[in-house]
Design a protein around this ligand. Sequence first.
Ligand code: SF4
Length: 362
Amino acid sequence: MNTPTPHSANPWAPPPIRVPEAPQWPRLSPLDKAALIGRIKSLLQEQGALLVAHYYTDGDLQQLAEDTGGCVADSLEMARFGAQSAATTLVVCGVRFMGETAKILNPEKRILMPDLRATCSLDEGCPLELFSAFCDQHPERTVVVYANTSAAVKARSDWVVTSSIALPIVTHLHALGEKILWAPDKHLGHYIERKTGADMLLWPGACVVHEEFKGFALQRLRRLHPEAAVLVHPESPDEVVDQADVVGSTTALIRAVTELPNREFIVATDEGIFWKMHQLAPHKKLIAAPTAGVGATCESCAHCPWMAMNALQNLEEVLATGSNEVQIDPEIGRRAVAPIQRMLDFARAQGPTPSRARVLGG
Ligand code: SF4
């Protein structure tokens, strides 16, 4: 792997990530929950607002987004939906970079988030100053950053990609003979490097959720479920990716559950995705991939602690008070929009959502 230098001597080592405790929301009785959902629906209607929710958020939020004309999607589709929607207010249920991307693409719209502290270990692990210095050392390389980065890091890039479009974009750049500086997820970068043969210099960031999946424990689980197809998000380590029947973005993994004939699936990505998988394939059995070997300490337990900061309770609060509006420095937004738009234009030129064959290949 073409990483900068060994970690201990690595001047580009990202800062240590402080993983928050997953918030414990009070349990609501069915009556209280129905009343709360009713109030949120009224607020959405009064304010001409739509919900844009990621697959990793709580199922109640995904259901509400669908019931009210909003969108439940991966980060590429969230960005597309926000850019095409006529709503004047978008409430982004996800993590901060998703709200920022919505604001960059729609500076005239009001973008709210249930909790602005909901960040991402990839974003936190790629601070602008350090990353910028890294780029300055490699001016000959095309800078490709994953969407899970701050607006300022996007503004420093040539291309922004999501996991569903990263492989075709890097394939395209490689065919043009370009060398790539990739950030921040080293596992996804290494996966793409292996698939494309592109010359990629990798920033050493990682997702705290996917990095916890364990290859040895997965081998044992596969022996217990020999008929199960193994679905893996490419932010996972090589030892997990190498055991996959399907490697792909959240959208690709959901499609695999609906399209493959298997009755059982072992799923290595955030467990929030199970809500949509169950909805589309209720008769299929979903098994969470193991996040810890015997005696290991599980930090993430396959659920992103920042995604868990989104709940019905704080969603109602931001709609009622107008708090937690996403703000972007206009100059940073102006520079960040070009690499994001480049990705959206590339995706549009590729045509509709990828066919199964291409998704399964990616
Ligand atoms: S699951 Fe990982 S990549 Fe996604 S928001 Fe959480 S920390 Fe970031």
